[in-house]
Design a protein around this ligand. Structure first.
Ligand code: SF4
Length: 386
C-alpha cells in the first residue's frame, strides 16, 4: 500500500508543565513515557530525519507533515529547538517537512514566535473554553489555573500572525460534557478572535466506565457549538469538525478529502522521544500492541509499520463497515467516527461510535442548514449516498 499523506507526531518532550487530568499521554494507562528521555536526544532527531527521507523516497512524497508534540514541546530549550529544526531541514532532499506544533501556550514568548517564524512552524494551542471550564481539567503542576498564561501566549501568536510573520494559530479543544458548546464556541470566536478551531470528543471507548449522561453531554455540546457556528454564518471562522462535513455535502472534492483523510489513522504515525515508532498516538492507551511495537526510526522503515498487524487493523477500521453502521445513511462522511471512540477490547474497532446518536444529529443539522440556504436536498442525498 502507498501512503499519500504522511503526518508524523513527534514527541520531542515527554514531560509537561500542566497536568490535565484527561491527558491520554500521561494518565491513559500507558506509562512508557517514564522510560523515555524527557527531551528527544540528537541521535533520535537524526534518526527521524533519515527515516523520513527514506519514507519520502519509497512513498514518493513531496512533503511530510511533522508535528512537534509532547508532553509540552516548548519544554525543549530554544537553542536546542533551533538546532533540531536545522538538523531536520538538512534531510530535505527531494521532499520538504511542513513543521507543525501543538502547545498549551503557557511558555510562548516573543523568542518562541521568532523561532516559529524563522523555521516556518505552524503552531496550534490547546484550550478548553472560558476560564471556569478550562480550569476544570487544565491545571498546572501546582494546581493553578493555566487560562491566563495560555491565552496570553495565544494573543502573542495572533499578533504575529496578523503581521504575516507566522500562520494563524489554530485552537484545539477537548469537549467538556457538562459545558455549553455554544458558550465555548462564542468564547473562542467572539472573545478570543479564533478563526481556526476544532472540538475533540473525549477519548472514551466502549470499555470506558462513563455514564450515559457524559456521552449525552458530549453530544449536546457538539450540537450547541454547531448551531452557534452556523448562526454566525461567518465563512472566515473555520471549525474543522463542522467545516469539513459541510463542504463534503456540497463539493465532490471536499467529499473526496473527507473520504481519504477524516479519521483514517493510516495517515498518522507517532515517534516517541526514544525513536520508537507507532500508529496514531491516542491508540497507545488501548492496548500494549499499539504502544510497544518493537519498531524504531534507527532500524526500521515506514514499510515495516505499514506491514504490521496493528496497521492492518487501522486499514480495516478505515474501510470495513461495522455491523452497527450497516443501515446508516451517513456512513460515507462518518465512517463510524474517531477510531478510539469505536474501540472495545472484545471487538476491536468493529463498533459504531460511542457518540453515534450525537454524530447523526450533527450531520442532520448541517444538512438542514444547507437546505434552508438553497442546496437541494436531492444534491446532498446524492453526495452522501454510499
Ligand atoms: S452515524 Fe453512527 S451508525 Fe452512522 S456511520 Fe456514524 S457511527 Fe455508524
Amino acid at each position: 500500500m502507498r501512503i499519500h499523506n504522511l503526518n508524523i507526531v513527534f514527541k520531542i518532550s515527554e514531560r509537561c508543565n500542566l497536568k490535565c487530568d484527561y491527558c491520554y499521554f500521561f494518565f491513559g494507562g500507558d506509562e512508557s513515557w517514564k522510560l523515555h528521555p524527557a527531551l528527544v536526544p540528537r541521535q533520535v532527531i537524526e534518526g527521524l530525519g533519515a527515516f523520513s527521507a527514506r519514507a519520502a523516497r519509497d512513498q514518493q512524497l513531496d512533503a511530510i507533515q511533522l508535528i512537534f508534540h509532547g508532553g509540552e514541546p516548548l519544554l525543549m530549550s530554544k537553542p536546542r529547538f533551533a538546532e533540531m529544526c536545522e538538523t531536520l531541514r538538512g534531510y530535505e532532499n527531494g521532499f520538504r517537512f511542513n513543521f507543525g506544533l501543538q502547545t498549551n501556550g503557557v511558555l510562548v514568548d516573543d523568542e518562541w514566535i521568532d523561532l516559529f517564524e524563522r523555521y516556518q512552524v505552524s503552531a496550534g494551542v490547546s484550550l478548553d473554553g472560558p476560564r471556569a471550564i478550562n480550569d476544570l481539567h487544565r491545571l498546572d503542576q501546582k494546581n493553578q489555573s493555566s487560562y491566563d498564561r495560555t491565552t496570553s501566549g495565544l494573543r502573542r501568536m495572533q499578533k504575529a500572525a496578523a503581521h504575516g510573520r507566522i500562520p494563524t494559530p489554530g485552537l484545539l479543544s477537548v469537549i467538556n460534557p457538562f459545558a455549553d458548546g455554544a458558550e465555548v464556541y462564542r468564547h473562542f470566536a467572539h472573545d478570543l478572535g479564533i478563526t481556526r478551531m476544532s472540538f475533540l470528543t473525549p477519548d472514551y471507548t466502549w470499555d470506558s466506565v462513563v455514564g450515559k449522561s457524559v456521552i449525552r453531554g458530549v453530544e449536546r455540546f457538539l450540537l450547541a457549538a454547531l448551531r452557534a457556528w452556523l448562526a454566525d454564518k461567518n465563512p472566515k471562522i473555520r471549525v474543522r469538525v463542522f467545516s469539513e462535513l459541510l463542504a463534503a455535502m456540497i463539493d465532490p472534492h471536499a467529499m473526496e478529502l473527507v473520504q481519504t483523510y477524516r479519521d483514517d489513522y493510516r495517515n498518522i504515525i507517532s515517534v516517541s522521544s526514544n525513536g520508537d515508532l507507532g500508529p496514531e498516538d491516542t491508540l497507545r492507551t488501548l492496548d500494549p500492541r499499539f504502544a510497544s511495537m518493537g519498531l524504531n526510526v534507527a532500524k526500521n522503515d515506514l514499510k515495516d509499520l505499514i506491514e504490521s498487524d496493528a496497521w492492518r487493523e487501522q486499514a480495516d477500521a478505515a474501510t470495513i463497515r461495522p455491523d452497527g453502521c450497516n443501515d446508516c445513511e451517513w456512513w460515507k462522511i462518518c465512517k463510524a467516527g474517531r477510531p478510539i471512540n469505536r474501540y472495545s477490547k472484545a471487538r476491536g474497532f468493529s463498533n459504531h461510535s460511542l457518540y453515534c446518536s450525537g454524530l447523526k444529529d450533527m450531520y442532520a443539522e448541517i444538512g438542514a442548514f444547507l437546505v434552508r440556504n438553497g442546496t437541494p436536498l436531492s444534491e446532498i442525498a446524492l453526495r452522501i449516498a454510499s
